[in-house]
Write a protein that binds this ligand. Structure first.
Ligand code: URP
Ligand code: ZN
Ligand code: ZN
Ligand code: ZN
Length: 491
């Protein structure tokens, strides 16, 4: 279905919401950009303009999901949502920008990996996308590749894996090299924080004890394992004066570690994901293998039922900054690779389509977030950290016309029978969510209307993310300038 090629759109009478204020105004869109914002914008009704009535609705910046894995080669298979299906599902849920991860295998050039992902994504994406790069090994060549990616390819963030021993895990000394390089080139270091060595040990002990089902997964990676790695990563980043972004924070302990570090002045940021805010780890103990395996991701969902509410509270008070999804879907057949051994269940869950309605339901409807905070944690904060603000993440004249007309009164029930991803399971099955996108506009083109997705394959663009994000590097640069080692002069 082709997208409506509307050159000009007027969004009438909605409540425009940015992260810092909300006000009643019309929004005029022209040639992919926001052209004018004001009360009662007058237009000549010459048929060249589409008018969207937003009365009683919010007009918000399109969502930014800073954590997806579309068509990711991982654990012996490839995640089933490619860049077309994945970005289409994103749009269906009100997300108009995604940032995916290049994860080159150990030994592969990072620049080569980047070009591979660009090739996969460019011809398929229905919305704009950026790329983080996984640094899965370390050498002088890797360092040079990081420099090239920042200088020539619009990359400003690099992820390190402290888990996945034997494949993409890096050591502390490698992390120090990677963090030093990030600081030298103005990039944001990201970390998957779990202690891979102890996970490996626990996994072996569980298998030896005959625990082969999905319930072995969370038992091999308890909260302490995420907590310890989070604390260690923060310490390493602080010692190297490198800004740190902890991806997929899944537990209260890890989240509070970040919160404490921020209160002690560390330059650290935390991202949690839709699944952690709306589900929990009880599912691993479900009698149905398929059900339990569908929830396997790392770090795992936590069995503590207070986790989701606590993470939302931390988003609300600014201790955590962003919400992603870690969208990385595998169907039941792929999951069944681990039928007899939970270590072989491909790690990943859905969420890119459900993230915004779920956060509305669990955050705004519960009174934990107001509507400006909703915009901050679903869009603006990510735009600032990854240096694409105010092009993205803001309703402002000159910004990209990535806009969602959000209906706070809509009501739907999540189901695999209706979702837009290729997965045959939805971990949010049966949840009723109030609030959702009535209209989604990407770069000035209507992509979703009344639940119908009209996204165009290949219409999205690669988004360059520049180094030295002011939201990240303002403090780092000043600290580097004033830092002095203490030396005692002795005769
Ligand atoms: O289980 C997960 N999270 N799968 C995707 C890879 C990662 O660690 O982000
Ligand atoms: Zn990860
Ligand atoms: Zn079942
Ligand atoms: Zn991930």
């Amino acid at each position: 279905m082709p997208a409506t090629p509307s050159k000009r759109i007027l969004i009438r009478g909605g409540q425009v919401v940015n992260d810092d204020r909300a006000f009643l105004a019309d929004v005029l869109v022209e040639n992919g950009l926001i052209k004018e914002i004001g009360e009662q914008i007058s237009i000549s009704e010459d048929g060249q303009i589409e008018v969207i009535d937003a009365t009683g609705k919010f007009v918000i910046p399109g969502g930014i999901d800073p954590h997806t894995h579309f068509q990711l080669p991982f654990m012996g298979t490839v995640s089933i949502d490619d860049f077309y299906i994945g970005t289409r599902a994103a749009l269906a849920g009100g997300t108009t920008t995604i940032i995916d991860f290049v994860i080159p295998p150990k030994g592969q050039s990072l620049v080569e990996g980047y070009h591979q992902w660009r090739k996969w994504a460019d011809e398929k994406v229905c919305c704009d996308y950026g790329l983080h790069i996984g640094v899965t090994w370390w050498s002088e060549q890797v360092k040079a590749d990081m420099e090239t990616l920042v200088r020539d390819h619009g990359v400003n963030s690099f992820k390190m894996f402290m888990a996945y021993k034997g494949s993409i895990q890096v050591t502390d000394s490698e992390m120090i090299g990677i963090m030093n390089t990030c600081r030298e080139i103005g990039a944001l270091a990201q970390v998957h924080a779990e202690n891979g060595d102890i996970i490996d040990e626990n996994q072996n002990r569980l298998i030896a004890a005959g625990v082969t089902g999905p319930e072995g997964h969370p038992q091999s990676r308890p909260e302490e394992v995420e907590h310890e790695a989070t604390k260690r990563a923060i310490m390493l980043a602080d010692q190297t004066n490198c800004p740190l972004y902890v991806v997929h924070v899944m537990s209260k302990q890890a989240a509070r570690e970040i919160s404490d570090a921020r209160r002690e002045g560390r330059v650290v940021f935390g991202e949690t994901i839709a699944a952690a805010l709306a589900s929990n780890g009880s599912h691993y103990y479900d009698k149905c293998w398929r059900h339990a395996a569908a929830h396997v991701l790392s770090p795992p969902l936590r069995r503590d039922p207070t986790t989701a509410g606590a993470l939302m509270d931390l988003l609300s008070n600014g201790d955590l900054q962003t919400t992603g999804t870690d969208h990385c879907t595998f169907n039941s057949e792929q999951k069944s690779m681990g039928k007899n051994d939970f270590r072989r269940i491909p790690n990943g869950i859905n969420g890119v389509e459900e993230r915004m309605p779920l956060i509305w339901e669990k955050g705004v409807r519960t009174g934990k977030l107001d509507v400006t905070q909703f915009v901050a944690v679903t869009s603006t904060n990510a735009a600032k950290l990854f240096n694409i603000y105010p092009k993205k993440g803001r309703i402002e004249v000159g910004s990209d016309a990535d806009i969602v007309v959000w209906d706070p009164e809509s009501c739907s029930t999540i189901s695999a029978a209706q979702h837009h991803t290729a997965g045959d399971f939805n971990i949010f099955e049966g949840m009723t969510v109030h609030g959702g996108p009535a209209v989604v506009i990407t770069k000035g083109v209507v992509a979703v209307r009344n639940g119908k997705v009209e996204a165009v394959k290949g219409s999205g663009r690669y988004l360059e993310t520049n180094a030295y994000s002011p939201a990240v590097y303002g403090r780092i640069n000043q600290r580097a300038k004033i830092h002095k080692w203490e030396k005692v002069e002795r005769s």
